[in-house]
Design a protein around this ligand. Structure first.
Ligand code: DQA
Length: 142
């Protein structure tokens, strides 16, 4: 099975960006970990700072029926356009799990709102890279 692991703005800076919040590992480290966890599967890790590009990748998930692990980063909190694209994925019956490295609910108030969660299949937050690994367990069970 192919799984898209899509990451939004500033996540390309993992490792140097606020390591006290996000840790010191990089996006490449994340890819290595996920590929080791799910060697039987095709794990496609991508990152963009561009909202339209992220939306195009979600259309790709719909058109190819590919499950998604999505860290929408700051788009989580305000992007209705991204929300509508996520709804297209899940309404097509394709699972999409929203993940966060940190626990946004334990941080600034603007992070307490997710416009994505109500259209995601599920949400995992606060476990560092293990948030992605747990999402992968869910998508690859049985
Ligand atoms: C994040 C949390 C968001 O609030 C923030 O804007 C991010 C990363 C996380 O993974 O913890 O960029 O999605």
């Amino acid at each position: 099975m192919r799984i898209l692991v899509l990451n939004g703005p500033n996540l390309g800076r993992l490792g140097v960006r606020e390591p006290e919040v996000y840790g010191s590992a990089t996006l490449e480290d994340l890819q290595t970990t996920l590929r080791a966890d799910a060697a039987k599967h095709d794990i496609d890790v991508r990152q963009t700072n561009s909202e339209p590009e992220l939306m195009e990748w979600l259309y790709e998930a719909v058109d190819t029926g590919t499950p998604v692990i999505l860290n929408p980063a700051a788009f989580t909190h305000y992007s209705y356009a991204l929300r509508d694209a996520v709804a297209m994925v899940t309404k097509a019956g394709v699972p999409l799990i929203e993940v966060h490295i940190s626990n946004p609910h334990a941080r600034e108030e603007f992070r307490h709102t997710s416009v994505i969660s109500s259209v995601a299949t599920g949400v995992i937050a606060g476990f560092g890279f293990d948030s992605y690994r747990l999402a992968l367990v869910q998508l690859t069970r049985n």
